[in-house]
Design a protein around this ligand. Structure first.
Ligand code: EPU
Length: 303
């Protein structure tokens, strides 16, 4: 990225701009080399202006929420990262519809639904990450998933700066997957909720939270489940049965609590994580004859 473009980006994006920013600081795993630029626009106008400028220069754009479901390579990201957690995080309610901007926290949205006496997002009460990330990957837990209650999304055409309204039916989606057309950046989602008593909604959340605490390593650095569940089975169960708990490469270790989580015990590199992923895959293939598919998104150049 040349100095002139850097100066222009600083002028357009008054939120915050950093260059050669280590992605380890912006991912829940704490892993990842530098991005050429990391931009935190202060509002939608800045998002629009920054995207148009970058697209016109053919600079690749990586949208970022809380970095909870991604593995960034040690070499980092050659392009710009646009993080919406600063400028786009408004949550609002109108009757039984909840609306949240892409940079809003998923668990905060879930909690605000509960306080407003609106049911349907309990499953998300302790899921880390943003609404944008949740919509992009159709995040789910405890029997619920993001698309269950999604009505529509607003997305930015990063090239033209136009805002588009897409209905749920316009977005092909399935388990932990949403096929967003290329060139679009998710800005907001609207959700159909159901009236309920706040204390009953809270009781369901408490139950989910205690189950999560008992079975998942919430207090260690991780990126959520590493592999998707294969049809009719659980990746965690298969990895556990293949004897992988405690298996480690460098600072990356398979959690003792839940075998489909890897934790960063300190200093893990993306190369450690990728090597461990392949070891787990090999073991499960040998043990159960099943090929596991990763759920986390791998970003950037291979090490
Ligand atoms: N199990 C083991 N050993 C383990 C882990 C699990 O034997 O180390 C067994 C459990 O005892 C249970 C079965 O495997 O009988 C399923 O485990 P669990 O209930 O924990 O659910 P999961 O299928 O492993 C899924 C989601 C999680 C979500 C939980 C809770 C995927 C890949 N995982 O896990 O989502 O939080 O259900 O609903 O779909 C994520 O996507 O990042 C994620 C964490």
């Amino acid at each position: 990225m040349d100095d002139r473009l850097k100066q222009e980006l600083r002028a357009i994006c008054r939120g915050e701009v950093r260059f050669d920013e280590p992605m380890a600081r912006h991912t829940s795993f704490g892993v990842g080399g530098p991005a050429d630029a990391l931009l935190l626009p202060g509002d939608l106008d800045e998002v629009r202006a920054v995207c148009r400028r970058l697209v016109s220069q053919e600079i690749p754009i990586l949208p970022l929420g809380d970095g909870t479901n991604m593995l960034v390579s040690d070499a980092g990201w050659r392009g710009a990262v646009i993080c919406l957690t600063k400028g786009l995080r408004v949550i609002s309610f109108q009757e039984e519809t909840g609306s949240a901007e892409a940079g809003a926290s998923l668990s905060v949205f879930s909690r605000q639904c509960q306080r407003a006496g609106l049911a349907g997002m309990e499953w998300a009460c302790s899921v880390p990450g943003t609404l944008g990330g949740a919509m992009r990957g159709n995040a789910g837990a405890f029997g619920g998933e993001t698309f269950d209650r999604l009505l529509s999304v607003e997305a930015l055409d990063m090239g033209t700066g136009q805002t588009l309204l897409l209905k749920k039916e316009d977005l092909p989606h399935s388990y932990r997957r949403c096929d967003l057309p290329p060139g679009l950046l998710l800005l907001r989602g609207a959700f159909a909720l159901a009236g309920g008593r706040p204390e009953e909604i809270e009781a369901r959340m408490d139950d989910i939270l205690s189950r999560r605490k008992a079975t998942q390593p919430l207090y260690e650095r991780n990126a959520g489940c590493i592999f998707k569940n294969p049809a009719g089975s659980s990746a965690g169960l298969l990895i556990d049965q293949a004897g992988c708990k405690g298996l480690g490469v460098g600072g990356a270790v398979v959690s003792d609590l839940h075998a489909n989580f890897m934790v960063n015990r300190g200093g893990a590199t993306a190369a450690d994580v990728l090597t461990l992923i392949e070891r787990i895959r090999d073991r499960v293939r040998q043990h159960a004859g099943i090929e596991l598919e990763t759920e986390i998104r791998t970003i950037g150049e291979s090490p």
